[in-house]
Write a protein that binds this ligand. Structure first.
Ligand SMILES: NC(=O)c1ccc[n+]([C@@H]2O[C@H](COP(=O)([O-])OP(=O)(O)OC[C@H]3O[C@@H](n4cnc5c(N)ncnc54)[C@H](O)[C@@H]3O)[C@@H](O)[C@H]2O)c1
Ligand SMILES: CC(C)[C@H](C(=O)O)[C@@H](O)C(=O)O
Ligand SMILES: [Mg+2]
Length: 366
């Protein structure tokens, strides 16, 4: 038996709830395939603060380093919001993990099945065929990581705080390559989103992206859009996009918008990849739902597990090369949703099921 060796970091809030059933789905999907799951659990986020006194204990980093991929839940929540900002789960665990493994390429598919259009806040006639776009978000640069970050009291008693937005040409080129490779497997259209009418980093972004595509990928149709317009266009006509390509913070904001336009954040999975390969010769990656710990429904057992399950499918595809198994999981999720079995966030008129029932239905479609 060959083993699929990955780290499991459930985190906080709905993280452990959706992780538990996602692992069952992965297990069933590989049953009889000659593979076995070899998972190692590690504490992260608020759960790790409670257990070990820090959000990202060295032992957790070690577990991640010793594995071929990371399946991540989500971190954060009201319980830890009163801690000093630098110690909070998001900043002290998730961002350092992304940086540590240089996971600069965040891939978030915005897929709305035709049967689910009623769950989108958009009018059905605007999206009769559903939605199929993908957001490529730069994940280890920009204002999230730029130094200095500071907060200080001024002589007149006022207070100021600053974040710094920095991009290097090399950082822009390496994520442009990911956008291009993604587009080549799709409709060969990339829309690069920036704020080049205001930001210096965006001026560089646009220059570098334009030159990069002209030189390396003339067959791809490249367009540029300001981020404010992109936010509006995404709500107006999402299918005008094929690959939506942008920097870190714009991608964070636009991908949540894409999530709801595609029915629910509970459906939005993601893969974060770098250049490092695992011992199997596939990209090492971190796979996580794009949404958070959903404190408003955590503990109730009603969260939508699809984003976590689909993140697991992305892991099988990218980090283990198991395309066929990944597709089977994606089909099982799709068939379940199409059969009308839905958690509350996507039920819209149908009777809502809970996390367990949703997962059971997905299991029966495998
Ligand atoms: N990757 C991560 O770890 C991650 C991502 C985003 C937010 N967060 C953290 O999560 C906490 C809550 O953040 P927030 O409330 O702004 O965003 P959120 O994504 O947790 O929740 C926003 C809304 O979406 C809903 N939602 C999200 N996932 C869902 C699912 N699977 N099923 C059903 N509904 C779902 C929630 O119920 C809520 O109404 C914060 O601490 C935030 O920093 C973590
Ligand atoms: C929790 C937070 C740090 C994170 C981000 O902003 O990248 C999240 O919102 C996401 O979209 O993955
Ligand atoms: Mg986000």
């Amino acid at each position: 038996m060959k083993s699929l060796k990955f780290a499991v970091l459930p985190g906080d809030g709905i993280g452990p709830e959706v992780m538990e059933v996602a692992l069952e789905v992965l297990q069933k999907a590989i049953d009889g395939s000659g593979y076995t799951l070899e998972t190692t659990n590690a504490a992260v986020g608020g759960a790790a603060i409670d257990e070990h006194g820090e959000a990202l204990p060295p032992s957790t980093v070690k577990v991640c380093e010793d594995n071929e991929a990371i399946l991540f839940g989500s971190v954060g929540g009201p319980k830890w919001e009163s801690l000093p900002p630098a110690e909070q789960p998001e900043r002290a665990a998730l961002l350092p993990l992304r940086k540590h493994f240089q996971l600069f390429a965040n891939i978030r598919p915005g897929l709305l099945y035709p049967d689910l259009v009623a769950a989108s806040p958009l009018k059905t006639e605007r999206i009769p065929e559903g939605i199929d776009i993908v957001c490529i978000r730069e994940l280890t640069g920009g204002i999230y990581f730029g130094q200095p970050k500071a907060r200080r009291e001024l002589p007149d008693g006022d207070i100021e705080a600053l974040d710094t937005m920095i991009y290097k040409r090399s950082e822009i080129e390496r994520i442009a390559e990911v956008a291009a490779q993604t587009a080549l497997k799709r409709d060969k259209r990339v829309c690069s989103v920036d704020k080049a009418n205001v930001l210096t980093t965006s001026v560089l972004w646009r220059e570098v992206v334009t030159a990069f595509f002209a030189k390396n990928y003339p067959e791809i149709e490249l367009s540029h859009m300001y981020v404010d317009n992109a936010a509006m266009q995404l709500a107006r006509e999402p299918n005008q996009f094929d690959v939506l390509f942008t920097e870190n913070m714009f991608g964070d904001i636009l991908s949540d918008e894409m999530g709801i336009v595609c029915g629910s954040l509970g459906m939005l999975c993601s893969a974060s990849l770098g250049l490092e390969m695992n011992s199997l010769g596939h990209p090492f990656g971190l796979y996580e739902p794009a949404g958070g710990t959903a404190p408003d429904i955590a503990g109730l057992g009603v969260a939508n597990p699809c984003a976590q399950i689909l993140s697991g499918a992305m892991m099988l595809r990218f980090s283990f090369g198991l395309d066929e198994v990944a597709s089977r999981i994606e089909n099982a999720v799709r068939q379940t949703v199409e059969s009308g079995i839905r958690t509350g966030d996507i039920a819209f008129g149908l009777e809502a099921v809970n996390t367990r029932q949703m997962a059971d239905a997905i299991l029966t479609h495998l």
